[in-house]
Write a protein that binds this ligand. Structure first.
Ligand SMILES: [Mn+2]
Length: 236
């Protein structure tokens, strides 16, 4: 699962219970809406008008479900398939091993008691806008989180434009979809979600966009990673 398991449609509680019940058969990476749910549950943020996650917040098993969600990775890599899975993308300034080390920094924090402080005070925000190896503490962890869970457009240096949310062509000069820049990923395939306006198209053979706009009433799509074959279902 490419993340955003919740808050993009109905039956959030059923979705989380089902995926958790799959145990190790389900590999899921964290999306910005999954993190938003955790922030609301930890008291770091108020519900927004369009949020649909009350069913989870009111559930008797909410703590078990939220703990399971909090332990998902930001970036998953399968060596056998040479495929990485992430919610938003991998910035062009990082190779795979750097990306994995940086996602591990955030994952270690999320799995420690420090997650309370992160969700309460430090997760939200668009700054820093660009990576520097000298970043430390919360700004560093927020920057890494924004790359993996919120990025759409960036420039060649990895500076994020988080303000533009529509499709390619609407971004400021010098910026492009993150996957348009030469990357350092070699033959590694990348599977991601997040960007519904792409409607599943990147025109790059190793970069696979799987969000096909289910949130807007279009299809929900999955892909057989070994064959590349896609399967879509229309919402009821
Ligand atoms: Mn998203």
């Amino acid at each position: 699962m490419c993340g955003d398991l919740v808050n993009r449609g109905p039956e959030n509680l059923e979705t989380l219970r089902f995926l958790k019940s799959l145990g190790k058969r389900c590999v899921s990476v964290l999306g910005n809406h999954d993190l938003h749910l955790l922030a609301i549950a930890m008291g770091g943020h108020n519900l927004k008008r369009h949020d649909t996650i009350d069913d989870i917040l009111d559930a008797p098993d909410r703590e078990t479900l939220l703990k399971w969600l909090r332990k998902r990775p930001l970036l998953h890599y399968c060596p056998k398939l040479d495929t990485a899975m992430v919610h938003a993308g991998i910035p062009p300034i990082w190779d795979l091993s750097k990306a994995l080390r940086r996602s591990a920094e955030v994952e270690a924090m999320l799995q420690s008691d420090e997650h309370l402080s992160f969700f309460a005070d430090h997760m939200y925000g668009n700054l820093p806008a660009v990576w520097s190896k000298d970043l430390r503490g919360w700004p560093r962890l927020r920057m890494i989180t924004n790359y993996f869970t919120r990025m759409r457009f960036c420039n060649a240096e990895g500076r994020l434009d988080l303000g533009t949310k529509s499709g390619p062509g609407t971004q400021p000069e010098g910026y492009a979809p993150w996957f348009e820049f030469p990357n350092q990923l070699g033959k590694t395939e990348v599977v991601f979600g997040h960007w519904a306006a792409l409607m599943g198209e990147t025109r790059h053979k190793r970069i696979h966009a799987l969000d096909t706009g289910c949130v807007w009433g279009s299809a929900l799509t999955c892909m057989d990673i070994e064959s590349g074959e896609r399967f879509s279902v229309d919402p009821d």
